[in-house]
Design a protein around this ligand. Structure first.
Ligand SMILES: [Zn+2]
Length: 244
């Protein structure tokens, strides 16, 4: 097992970085000493992109996932790519256009949990549409939720991270909005994603990538609210203004 230093935790805006190959696994997955490629987790898909070798040739990366543990990040090449040498330096390039849309969408999901303060039962971030499921029995309409979301976007609140330790989290169980998923235990430190001056709008544990101001989310709307069972509602967030 090898550890990968996750550069995206400290800086979500790193679209390129340098890394050295530490291993190539038996399925061709490439491991590096450090990476700006986010690995699929917490409902956010992993990055795609390419690695640039010293001779200028490219290795296309089709997916990024965790390996045997969360501290191991595996870059999965597309079919029929060259296999790099152990120790080889590479320049890593994320498909930034796609990632930035995911960052905007992921941040929009946080804003939705502010507008709808109910326990989250599921979430999935996508390039064009995201969904968040809530344990809520009361009905709500997509126009008023969209208005409240856009108020938060237009106020351009800061989005930043704050690190706490596990005992602080245990002392504030209300920080966890997810009904079934607990933040990973055992690492000692937990990253909170905070919104607003002094986290006045929101803070919750999250390992994903986010924009640094809510204004960057841009125009979004609730495309659909579906009733999933008696006490579950699924919200679909889409980019752009609400269709008239
Ligand atoms: Zn998040």
């Amino acid at each position: 097992m090898s550890q990968t230093h996750p550069l995206f935790i400290e800086d979500a805006y790193l679209s390129t970085a340098e890394g050295k190959v530490t291993a190539v696994n038996d399925r061709g997955g490439i491991l590096l000493d450090q990476t700006c490629f986010y690995a699929t987790s917490g409902g956010q898909p992993g990055d795609i992109g390419f690695f640039e070798r010293e001779d200028g040739s490219k290795i296309e990366i089709a997916a990024t996932v965790n390996g045997q543990s969360k501290s191991e990040i595996v870059h999965v090449p597309s079919n029929e790519q060259a296999v790099p040498e152990i120790g080889e330096p590479l320049v890593l390039h994320i498909d930034w256009e796609r990632r930035y849309r995911l960052m905007r969408m992921h941040t929009a999901c946080h804003l939705l949990t502010v507008v709808c303060p109910f326990p989250i039962t599921g979430a999935s971030v996508g390039e064009n549409e995201s969904r968040v499921d809530f344990d809520m029995s009361e009905a709500t309409d997509k126009v008023s939720v969209t208005e409240k979301l856009m108020e938060l976007v237009n106020a351009n609140h800061p989005v930043f991270s704050n690190w706490i330790n596990e005992s602080e989290l245990e002392a504030n169980p209300g920080l966890v909005k997810s009904k079934n998923v607990r933040p990973p235990q055992g690492s000692g430190r937990i990253r909170l994603i905070c919104i607003g001056e002094d986290a006045a709008i929101d803070s919750q544990p999250c390992g994903g990538t986010h924009v640094s101001e809510t204004g960057e989310v841009g125009a979004i709307h609730i495309g659909k609210i579906e009733k999933k069972g008696r006490e579950n509602r699924r919200f679909r967030i889409r980019f752009g203004d609400m269709p008239q």
